[in-house]
Design a protein around this ligand. Structure first.
Ligand code: UDP
Ligand code: MG
Length: 337
C-alpha cells in the first residue's frame, strides 16, 4: 500500500512539471502504415517538446504483437534512426488487448503519463494536445471519444453503436463511443496492475479504477493503409468477452426466464388436467411434444450461459501470465551505453 501512497503524491507533484509522455501503440502486421505513422508522430512529439508541454524524455513505444511480416524489423530500424521512438516485442501474437496491456505496463516504468492509440492513425493525433491539457488540469484519465462515424461503413457504424448501447443495457459501465484511445496517468496504471483478469476488456476496467476523468472528442479517420485486424468474428467475440467479464446480468436473465417458465408450466398443467377430464387426451400429444422441445432448448441455453461463467472462473484461477516480453529496446539501449 505504501508504494501506492507515494505514487499518489508523485501524481500531484508531476502535474506542475513537464511530464514524461509515452505513446503506446500495439502493432500487428502494420508494415504498410508504420513509416507514415512515425513521420506524423515525430512532428507531433517534437512540437509538444518544443512547446514544453512534455519532457524531452518522452517516447513513442511500439508493441510488436507477434507480427508475421517485417513489423519488428521496421520498429528496430525506426528506433535506430529516431531517438524519440522505441519498442518492445511480444513472444507471440496475444491479441490487441494483451499487447496494449504489455505496452502500458512497460511504459509506466518510464513515463508519468501514457496515451494508447492504434497504429493506423484512425485516432486523430491532434487530440493529443487537448488530452495533455486535460491531464495538467487534474484528470487522471482522459477518454478519446469519437464525435462522428461518418467515415465508417454503414455496417460498422450500426454494429459498433449497437455494441455500446447493448453493453450499457447489460450493466457494463463503459464510455459511449470510446475505444482504446485514451490518456492515463502513472498512478492509474499502477492500479491497473491489480486487475489480474485473463479475459481482458480494458475499456471496461478504466471506469472501474475511477479517479477524475474527462473526455476529448475527435473524428475517426479511415485506415490509410493495410487492412483491419478486427473482422466481424473478432468484434463479436470481443463484445461477448466484455459482457461476460463485467456483468452477471445474463445469469439474472436466466433466473427470470426460469421464473416465467415455471409460472407458464403451472398454467399448462391446469390446461392439461382440464383437457384430460374432458376426455381429449390424444389431441394433447402435439402440445406435450412441443413443450418438451421448448424446455429442453431453454435448459440448454441456460446451461450454455452458466458454462461461460464457469469457463471464465477456470481461466482466471489458472492466473497465467497474459504476455511475455522477449525484448525491450529501452533496456537494451541502457546496457549498450
Ligand atoms: N492489433 C494487435 N494485435 C492483434 C490485432 C490488432 O496489436 O492481434 C492492433 C493493430 O495493429 C492496430 C490496433 O490493434 O494498431 C487496432 O486494429 P485495427 O486497426 O485493425 O482495428 P479496427 O480499427 O479496424 O477496429
Ligand atoms: Mg484501425
Amino acid at each position: 500500500m505504501k508504494k501506492k501512497e507515494k505514487d499518489q503524491e508523485e501524481g500531484q507533484v508531476l502535474k506542475e512539471k513537464q511530464a514524461i509522455l509515452y505513446i503506446v501503440i500495439p502493432c500487428y502486421n502494420e508494415e504498410p502504415v508504420l513509416e507514415e505513422t512515425t513521420r506524423q508522430l515525430k512532428v507531433k512529439m517534437e512540437k509538444l517538446i518544443k512547446e514544453k508541454k512534455i519532457s524531452p524524455m518522452s517516447r513513442v513505444m511500439y508493441v510488436n504483437d507477434g507480427s508475421k511480416d517485417k513489423t519488428w524489423e521496421l520498429i528496430q530500424k525506426i528506433h535506430k534512426q529516431e531517438p524519440l521512438f522505441t519498442g518492445i516485442c511480444l513472444s507471440r501474437n496475444r491479441g490487441h488487448q494483451n499487447a496494449l496491456l504489455a505496452g502500458l505496463m512497460t511504459a509506466k516504468n518510464y513515463a508519468d503519463v501514457v496515451i494508447s492509440m492504434d497504429a493506423d492513425l484512425q485516432d486523430d493525433i491532434n487530440a493529443i494536445d487537448e488530452m495533455i491539457d486535460k491531464y495538467y488540469a487534474g484528470n487522471d484519465i482522459v477518454y478519446g471519444v469519437r464525435s462522428k462515424r461518418k467515415k465508417d461503413t454503414w455496417f460498422k457504424r450500426v454494429t459498433a453503436e449497437g455494441f455500446y448501447k447493448f453493453m450499457s443495457k447489460m450493466g457494463v459501465d463503459i464510455v459511449y463511443n470510446h475505444a482504446d484511445y485514451r490518456l492515463t496517468s502513472k498512478r492509474v496504471l499502477n492500479y491497473l496492475e491489480d486487475y489480474k483478469e485473463v479475459n481482458l476488456f480494458l475499456r471496461g476496467i478504466f471506469p472501474l479504477i475511477g479517479f477524475s476523468s474527462d473526455v476529448v472528442y475527435y473524428e475517426r479517420n479511415e485506415r490509410f493503409a493495410g487492412e483491419s485486424k478486427y473482422p466481424l468474428k473478432k468484434m463479436l467475440s470481443f463484445a461477448w468477452d466484455g459482457i461476460t467479464s463485467f456483468s452477471i446480468k445474463p445469469i439474472k436473465m436466466v433466473l427470470n426466464l426460469g421464473i416465467i417458465i415455471f409460472i407458464v408450466s403451472i398454467i399448462v398443467l391446469i390446461y392439461c388436467l382440464v383437457v384430460k377430464f374432458l376426455g381429449n387426451t390424444v389431441a394433447g400429444w402435439t402440445f406435450t411434444t412441443c413443450s418438451i422441445w421448448l424446455v429442453a432448448g431453454l435448459e440448454m441455453l441456460s446451461l450454455g450461459i452458466i458454462g461461460e461463467y464457469v469457463g471464465k472462473i477456470y481461466s482466471e484461477t489458472k492466473a497465467r501470465p497474459r504476455y511475455i516480453i522477449s525484448r525491450n529496446l529501452n533496456e537494451e539501449e541502457k546496457s549498450e551505453k
